[in-house]
Design a protein around this ligand. Structure first.
Ligand SMILES: Cc1cc2nc3c(=O)[nH]c(=O)nc-3n(C[C@H](O)[C@H](O)[C@H](O)COP(=O)(O)OP(=O)(O)OC[C@H]3O[C@@H](n4cnc5c(N)ncnc54)[C@H](O)[C@@H]3O)c2cc1C
Length: 474
C-alpha cells in the first residue's frame, strides 16, 4: 500500500488505531474458515464520521476496505483477498438505547450478541443469536444474516433488523428503515444490507426488534437406533403443530465427539434429538406430553427429560462444543469448515442425513452430520488432514456431492453462515439466474469495487484457494 495512504489513515485514526506492523495485522488475515490473506493495514473506527472518512479515502486511492466484527465467520467472509484495509468494528460497541415498550433497541455494530442479551435480560427480553453468540458482533450477524438453534420459532437476524445507519461504498451516510415495527416506505434497503457480507457498505448503527423471554423451558432428549427415526420424529412434532424453541439432531459421530471432549455422558446411539420447548408453563407441560408420546410411538430407545434450567444450559453447552469437539475424534484429523451449513425443507432432513452419510462412507475423510433440525438447517463438517493434498482433492469432490444432494432436495447451500469465498462456487449453481442481478447491485452501489471485493457472487474460482494450512506438495 502506498505510503501516502498509510499517512492519511494515521491522520484519521492516529497510530493507536491504525496498525500496519505484520505482527499486529496477522490475526486479521483469517476468520474461522479455511482461507488466509494478509491485510496491509487494520483500522479501528470509533464513530460514523471516521468510517465515512475511511470510505472516501478508499475510493480516492482505490484500495479495498473489509469490515470485520469478531472474525468468527466460517467462509472467509472478512479475509482481505487483495490486501487493503481491514476495518475492525469492535471499537463501536455501545448499546445506545433499550426501549422495550416499543419493542426495540439501538446498538453500534461492534456490540457482542451475548452482551446485548445480558443488558436485555432485566427487561425480560432477548434477541436470538448464533452458537457463537459469546463472540459474534451484531454487525457481523446482520451482515451474515446469522441465526441459530432458535430460528424456527424466533427467526433469523433479518427478522430483527428494523433499520440501520450505514456508510455506503461511495461515502454517503444513510439511515434506512427505522424504529417502527412496520415500515413499507419503498425499497427495504436495510434488508439489502442483511446478508451482504460487508460488500455493500459499512453498518454503523442497528435498530433491532426484541423478543420477550419465555417464562418456562423444558428439554426432552430422545435416543434412536437410526437417523431416519430421529428425522421422522422432527417432522411429526412440527406437523402436530408444535414449534420447539430449539431442536437439534446429533449423529453418532457427533455424540462420541462431544462425550470425549466434554465428559458429558450422552448415550452413544445412532442419533439423538435435543428438543427444547418454551413459553407459558401450562403450555410447555402440555407440549412435553405430546412430544414424549411422538418419540415413544416412533420407537425412541430411551427418553431423558428435564425442567432444570442449569441442566438445560449444560445440554446446550455440550451442543455448542460441537465444532471444537469434532477435532478430537481422530488424532491426525482436524475439523475443516467445509459444507458446514446447508438447509433443506424439514421433511427432507432424513433424506439429507442419509445422503451425507453415504457420501462420507465413500471417502477417507469423515463427514459428521448435526444441525438445527426444526428449520431443516443441517451442519456437516469435514474431518481430514488439512496438510494432505489428497484429502483436499477428496474434500472438493465430497463437498460438491453434498451440495448437489442438498440442491436436489430443494435446499440451499447456506442456511445461516453465508457465502464468503468457500461457498461461492455453489452459489453459482443455486442462484444461477440471479447472478447477473446480484452483480448489477454490487456495481451500482460500489462502482470502484472497494467494499470487501471478491466475495459472494464476485468470487468465480474454486474454494481450495488461499488456504491457511501448510499443504504438503503432492
Ligand atoms: C464456533 C462457531 C459457531 C458458530 N455458530 C453459528 C451459528 O450457530 N449460526 C450462525 O449463523 N453462524 C455461526 N457461526 C458463524 C459466525 O459466528 C456468524 O456468522 C457471526 O454472525 C459472525 O459475526 P462476526 O462478528 O464474527 O463477524 P465477522 O466474521 O467479523 O464478519 C462477518 C461478515 O460480516 C461483515 N461485517 C462485520 N461487521 C460489519 C459491519 N459493521 N458492516 C458491514 N459488514 C460487516 C464482514 O465484512 C464479513 O463479511 C459460528 C462460528 C463459529 C466459529
Amino acid at each position: 500500500m502506498k505510503p501516502e495512504v498509510i499517512k492519511e489513515l494515521n491522520e484519521i485514526f492516529g497510530e493507536d488505531r491504525c496498525k500496519t506492523n505484520p505482527s499486529d495485522v496477522y490475526v486479521y488475515g483469517f476468520d474461522a474458515g479455511i482461507h488466509r490473506s494478509m491485510p496491509d493495514a487494520v483500522v479501528r473506527p470509533m464513530n460514523v464520521q471516521e468510517v465515512q472518512k475511511l470510505v472516501l479515502l478508499a475510493n480516492k486511492h482505490k484500495v479495498p476496505i473489509i469490515p470485520r466484527g469478531a472474525g468468527t465467520a466460517l467462509c472467509g467472509h472478512s479475509v482481505p483477498i487483495d490486501g487493503g484495509i481491514v476495518v475492525d468494528m469492535q471499537g463501536m460497541n455501545k448499546i445506545k438505547e433499550i426501549k422495550v415498550t416499543d419493542l426495540y433497541c439501538v446498538v453500534e455494530p461492534g456490540v457482542v450478541c451475548d452482551h446485548l442479551n445480558a443488558a436485555l435480560k432485566p427487561y425480560k427480553f432477548f434477541i436470538p443469536g448464533p452458537a457463537s453468540s459469546e463472540a459474534a458482533t451484531l454487525g457481523g450477524m446482520m451482515a451474515c444474516n446469522a441465526s441459530g438453534a432458535k430460528a424456527a420459532k424466533y427467526g433469523a437476524t433479518r427478522d430483527y433488523v428494523l433499520g440501520c445507519e450505514a456508510v455506503l461504498p461511495t461515502g454517503e451516510i444513510v439511515h434506512l428503515g427505522g424504529r417502527c415495527l412496520k415500515n413499507a416506505s419503498g425499497y427495504q434497503l436495510d434488508r439489502l444490507l442483511v446478508g451482504s457480507e460487508g460488500t455493500l457498505g459499512v453498518v454503523t448503527e442497528i435498530i433491532l426488534k426484541v423478543a420477550p423471554l419465555p417464562a418456562k423451558k423444558a428439554a426432552v432428549v430422545p435416543y434412536f437406533d437410526t437417523l431416519r427415526q430421529a428425522g421422522e420424529v422432527v417432522a411429526k412434532i412440527i406437523a402436530e403443530p408444535i414449534l420447539p424453541s430449539q431442536l437439534e439432531i446429533m449423529s453418532q459421530t457427533c455424540i462420541q465427539a462431544v462425550n470425549k471432549a466434554t465428559g458429558m455422558c450422552l448415550q452413544e446411539c445412532a442419533a439423538i434429538l435435543l428438543i427444547e420447548l418454551d413459553g407459558h408453563p401450562a403450555a410447555v407441560i402440555d407440549e412435553v406430553k405430546v412430544v414424549r408420546r411422538i418419540c415413544e410411538e416412533l420407537g425412541a430407545l430411551d427418553i431423558d427429560y428435564t425442567e432444570d434450567e442449569s441442566r438445560i444450559a449444560e445440554l446446550w453447552k455440550g451442543r455448542k462444543q460441537m465444532i471444537p469437539s469434532l477435532s478430537s475424534l481422530k488424532e491426525e484429523y482436524a475439523t475443516v469448515m467445509l459444507a458446514d451449513d446447508m438447509a433443506v425443507p424439514m421433511s427432507k432432513v432424513p433424506d439429507a442425513l442419509e445422503a451425507f452419510q453415504e457420501i462420507s462412507d465413500r471417502y477417507d475423510i469423515i463427514i459428521p452430520s448435526y444441525g438445527h433440525a426444526a428449520d431443516g438447517n443441517l451442519h456437516t463438517k469435514v474431518l481430514m488432514d488439512p496438510t494432505n493434498p489428497d484429502h483436499w482433492k477428496q474434500a472438493e469432490k465430497a463437498v460438491t456431492e453434498v451440495f448437489e444432494a442438498v440442491l436436489r432436495l430443494g435446499g440451499t447451500i447456506t442456511g445461516e453462515h453465508g457465502v464468503g469465498i468457500t461457498k461461492a462456487p455453489y452459489l453459482f449453481i443455486e442462484r444461477s439466474e440471479a447472478i447477473g442481478a446480484l452483480k448489477a447491485i454490487k456495481r451500482a452501489l460500489d462502482p470502484n469495487n472497494i467494499m470487501n471485493p471478491h466475495k459472494i457472487q464476485e468470487w468465480e474460482e474454486g474454494f481450495v484457494t488461499h488456504l491457511r494450512y501448510p499443504v504438503e506438495a503432492s
